[in-house]
Design a protein around this ligand. Structure first.
Ligand code: GLY
Ligand code: MN
Ligand code: MN
Length: 446
């Protein structure tokens, strides 16, 4: 790890310690997960743990001992070196090298956690941990889940007559880390831009490769090709490659059907780069030209996204861009005879929800649906520079609806990633053709 990176992780841990006062934080990473028999899913560390350490191995726990009057100490518990096992599973940093390479103050083998935690918790008033989280994984001995924490606290209580006090408060550390992660620093924005750039090239490649009679999974393979050849870990979430009516299934991930001439193809896919997600949706004609009906719906969604984007600036409520998109979608649904009444009535009654059933966006960061509260003191949160959001209006016309028949089975979503800046916002995914004209031009090879 470079010196600036070491400093950055150190300063994140120091900020967390300041927010804790006098307390101990116990932050485990994710466990390896079995896929079937003795085969594991590809390993992915816990986003919170990695945000504070950069440490990539499983079976690790970060402990921060914070004292309001002293500098905090960071202790990393990790897998011990094991030459025989490393032949099979690869390199382990080990506790001896971890302080130098990851900037923690001390490091110990993970099997020392049980011995050391009661000592670290002695005379400490409060604990911060992941309360009730099943992301603590399958091995509570290694990862320090809730029951383990109770054992450690009970072990401290047993020393009461020796004058030792046990923690009396247990807090969820996520409440503090979520707030930190919600505002991305310059290095994080840089990584998110890179994730976005790779995903943009993947969508452009997919558009050019799309043709009638190809299978959805063939297009998915083009996305994966572009992700991996650029060094991204892979998709940040399962790619949705949905031709025709499949686009009306919001979480369609089978990607198994054959594409038909005259249909649209909806692709919701983004890569993960250095632990940061991107999240882009494009919808375009399989044969390269929108029909009149497809274009009419597409232009409504496009206008809704533009209206939403106009609302994204510091100080605006998070909910404002959803509300702006909904009004444009409602207008379009009335004009296309899918909904009846005035815009106010359609918005008020929620009749648009038959065609638009999700929100217009979410925080984006290390997790595709990133951490951070959407409301503060009962009010929609105000946007601040450094927040990253998606803007993703859509319309989905299922055949069971009362919409005119020529619109049935059309599903459209348009999703971009946007950084809130001091003066407004920057879209970091605009390189993927967005308007109907730009899409047709790109697909024609222009
Ligand atoms: N791809 C997940 C989402 O758009 O929220
Ligand atoms: Mn999204
Ligand atoms: Mn998406």
């Amino acid at each position: 790890m470079s010196i600036p990176e070491l400093k950055q992780f150190h300063s994140r841990r120091a900020r967390l310690a300041r927010a804790m006062g006098t307390a101990v934080a116990i932050i485990p990473t994710a466990s390896e997960q079995l896929r079937n028999a003795d085969t594991h899913f590809p390993y992915r560390w816990d986003s919170h743990f990695h945000y504070l350490t950069g440490f990539p191995e499983p079976d690790a726990v970060l402990v921060i001992v914070a004292n309001a009057r002293k500098a905090p100490r960071s202790l990393l518990f990790c897998r011990p070196k094991d030459a025989a096992q490393e032949v099979w599973d690869g390199f382990r940093v080990g506790p001896r090298a971890a302080p130098k390479h990851f900037g923690v103050d001390e490091a110990y083998p993970i099997d020392k956690l049980d011995d050391m935690m009661p000592k670290l918790l002695a005379n400490c008033p409060a604990v911060y941990t992941f309360l009730g989280s099943n992301t603590l994984g399958s091995d509570p001995i290694k990862t320090g889940s809730d029951p383990k924490l109770m054992q450690w606290i009970n072990a401290v209580r047993e020393q009461k007559r020796a004058g030792v006090t046990a923690p009396t408060q247990i807090n969820d550390v996520r409440a503090l880390i979520d707030e930190m992660r919600l505002i991305k620093d310059a290095s994080e924005i840089k990584m998110m831009k890179q994730a976005a750039a790779i995903s943009v090239s993947a969508h452009k490649r997919a558009m050019r490769y799309t043709a009638a009679n190809r299978y959805e999974f063939e297009i998915e393979a083009e996305l994966l090709h572009e992700f991996r050849r650029n060094g991204a870990t892979g998709p940040a979430y399962p790619s949705i490659v949905a031709g025709g009516a499949n686009a009306c299934v919001l979480h369609y991930v089978e990607n198994s059907d054959r594409l038909k001439a005259g249909d649209l193809l909806l692709i919701d896919a983004g890569c993960e780069w250095q632990g940061y997600a991107s999240d882009i949706t494009r919808t375009y004609p399989v044969s390269g030209k929108f029909s009149a009906a497809q274009r009419a719906l597409y232009d409504v969604v496009w206008a809704a996204q533009n209206a939403a984007l106009n609302m994204i600036k510091p100080g605006a409520h998070f909910s404002a861009y959803h509300d702006a998109a909904v009004r444009v979608l409602a207008r379009g649904l009335i004009d296309l005879k899918c909904c009846r009444g005035t815009v106010d009535a359609v918005v008020e009654s929620g009749s648009y929800r038959e065609f638009y059933m999700h929100r217009t966006g979410h925080w984006l960061g290390r997790d595709v649906h990133d951490v951070g509260d959407y409301t503060v003191a009962g009010q929609s949160r105000r946007l601040q520079p450094g927040m990253v959001v998606t803007v993703e209006p859509g319309l989905y016309i299922r055949p069971s609806s009362k919409a005119p028949k020529h619109l049935h089975n059309i599903g459209i979503r348009l999703e971009d990633d946007v950084v809130v800046t001091k003066t407004g916002h920057t879209m970091i995914t605009s390189g993927a053709p967005r308007s109907a004209d730009d899409i047709e031009a790109w697909m024609a090879g222009a």
